[in-house]
Design a protein. Structure first.
Length: 240
């Protein structure tokens, strides 16, 4: 599938952001132009509709990672970088009780028994029936690579189907990656596609802190992959 090949090539990308936000985007790739802007009435826009349907199909196929990291936007990640993002944001099973909220733990307990459930059924089975509390808990579980959407269903009513991340990415989650190497490889994937990154850009796209994004970029400078143009500004060495 062309969208999966695009994600594999860029390493990671957002789903439906336009040119007003930095970073690679499936929507921009579908439009085929860098200045793509989502219109106000997205329901009637053919490019937005196409990008949305492609996004849903990629999620259903499960060959690349899709889920929320820090912030409110979801991101696609190629399989080869899942271990690196997990090293930066993931939790071990031993850490869950001390880090996760009780609602998140209740949802995770149900999914480990049932493996896959629709939103309504999962709210009922977990006892987390308040919509806002459930959404926050699901977002929390996505950020630490515990839960992902496996399908988006529109009929007979709209719902997400939720599953355990380890069900699709067991080998990637089991891989051990040094944190310093993880930061460097995430920065490498972004800079290889962008050619140049501006101050704070990598942090905004990935949800990393500015300090961690800087460590990743400095790692690329140290190995000769990038050069530091100005404070917080880095460029591919080969573009000199």
């Amino acid at each position: 599938m062309a969208a999966e090949r695009f994600i594999d090539r860029v390493g990671f990308c957002s789903a439906l952001t336009d040119s007003r936000r930095p970073g690679p985007s499936l929507y921009i790739a579908v439009c085929g132009r860098r200045d793509a802007h989502t219109p106000r009435n997205v329901q009637k826009d053919p490019e937005t509709s196409l990008a949305w349907s492609i996004k849903d199909e990629v999620v259903r196929r499960g060959r690349v990672y899709y889920g929320k990291l820090k912030g409110s936007r979801s991101i696609f990640i190629t399989r080869r970088l899942v271990p690196h993002f997990n090293a930066l944001s993931g939790l071990t099973r031993r850490e869950e009780a001390s880090v996760l909220s009780q609602s998140a733990q209740d949802i995770l307990k149900v999914l480990r028994k049932e493996w896959e459930m629709a939103t309504g059924d999962l709210r009922s089975a977990s006892g987390v029936k308040d919509r806002s509390t459930f959404t926050k808990a699901i977002d929390e579980l996505q950020r630490v690579f515990k839960v992902i959407p496996s399908e988006i269903v529109y009929e007979p009513k709209f719902t997400y189907i939720w599953t355990l991340t380890e069900g699709r990415f067991a080998d990637e989650l089991a891989a051990t990656v040094d944190r310093e190497d993880a930061l460097k490889e995430v920065a490498r994937a972004y800079l290889a596609g962008a050619g140049m990154t501006w101050r704070g850009e990598l942090a905004r796209v990935t949800g990393l802190s500015n300090a961690h994004a800087g460590l990743g970029n400095w790692g690329l400078v140290d190995e000769g992959f990038a050069i530091r143009v100005a404070p917080g500004v880095y460029r591919l060495k080969e573009l000199e």
